[in-house]
Ligand binder design. Sequence first.
Ligand SMILES: NC(=O)c1ccc[n+]([C@@H]2O[C@H](COP(=O)([O-])OP(=O)(O)OC[C@H]3O[C@@H](n4cnc5c(N)ncnc54)[C@H](O)[C@@H]3O)[C@@H](O)[C@H]2O)c1
Length: 429
Amino acid sequence: MGDLTVSATQAFYALQSHLIDSGDADAWAATFTADGAFHSPTYPAPVLGRRDLSAFARRFTETARAAGEVRRHVVTNVVLHPGGAEEAQVSAYLQVIATDSAGDTRILRFTTVHDRLRREDGRWRVHRRDIARDAPQPPVRPLPAPTKGTATMTPYEGTGPARVVDRPMEVVHPEMAGRTAVVTGAARGMGRAFTAALAARGVNVVAADINDVDMKAAAEEIARELAADPRAGAPGRVAARRVDVVDPEQHEALARAAVEEFGSLDYWINNAGVFPYAPVGEITAEQMSSVLDVNVQGVLHGSQAAARHMGPGGAIVNMSSVSAVRVRRGRAAYCASKAAVAHLTESLAVELGDLGLRVNSIAPGFIDTEMTRWLQDDPEALAAALDRVPLHRVGSPEEVVGVLLFLLSDSSRYVTGHSIAVDGGSRHV
Ligand SMILES: NC(=O)c1ccc[n+]([C@@H]2O[C@H](COP(=O)([O-])OP(=O)(O)OC[C@H]3O[C@@H](n4cnc5c(N)ncnc54)[C@H](O)[C@@H]3O)[C@@H](O)[C@H]2O)c1
């Protein structure tokens, strides 16, 4: 096995030879452009032989015919993804172009096609199954019998205008019991609420915050609350850790701690965030960088560490915000960072989907935590903020918990790359 190159031209000729063989040469012209040659140190030449590609090409032809009066199709960016010594994947973008009697052309279809190559008897052969259908699926874990009855989220007892929430929510996910989560920014606010709700459902939690003193106190408090709760059956354990989310190595240490302490890593919640005030005319490069470091790099590095240690079926949830889609004066850095989180979530979902992991984000609106305390302490600012909330009240951390549990649980196991707003409708105002 030496280093070898399979040229784009070779792929093109194989495609064209099929078109000629199939008698479509007059009606068809195939154009192939590629962003360079394929390099593979793993595969003996030629990886994409004429015969292999003609099966691939036949599929293009069938697709194109189905699209109507077709004169030409264009295949761009054929890419080979080596998957091991015995298996490879090939993907290509296909444009089907029609020319009408006046000679005008239009694109009828723009699609991606995939094929899988397998080595049989020393030859590479195309397997016609679509890779998307063939992708590794997370194991479907049977639901264990509930060990602790129904987990009920207590009515919200905050002091602010979210108090109107007076009915407990029933959110039951028995399949979560015994699994392990990492929650960042867990010393207070939503991170603390997430930690308590997960532990109440039997999930073991590595709860981490830059403020390790408050983190330790919060973890002890949660354990006491659950022990005293008559509805709690077998709560999960909460291990408090210090983390500065700007440091990738500290994320790695968190992931390892989860696996070492609890035996697995199933859920990761990138919740830590900062919300500084700085009008656009005054914001400095340092301020901008520090917000992006915590709110965006923190999410990226957390997800990378999670991906290294999670198995298929694992779920990551990132905290975006209504500020990703609605500008707030004086919060340019924050708004930009949360828009980045929403988009980064989509990239993570696409790429980590290959590992069977799901990645989604939550976009809270105005939630009653320390982060928004300043607003709640200023009656005029509060009234103005509530004017932009169709439900006319602040949300509670408990109400965000409901969506978090959905996104982590098996109930959402075909949901990825999505952002769910928990904002009382404020993104529309
Ligand atoms: N409260 C809201 O109205 C609201 C709205 C939209 C989005 N959010 C987002 O939800 C998440 C949680 O918000 P919250 O209201 O609970 O915030 P909060 O300020 O109450 O808590 C944030 C926690 O993150 C920790 N933290 C900050 N920097 C850190 C770092 N570098 N490393 C580790 N931990 C760090 C803090 O110590 C704190 O405990 C944040 O990402 C926030 O931007 C909040």
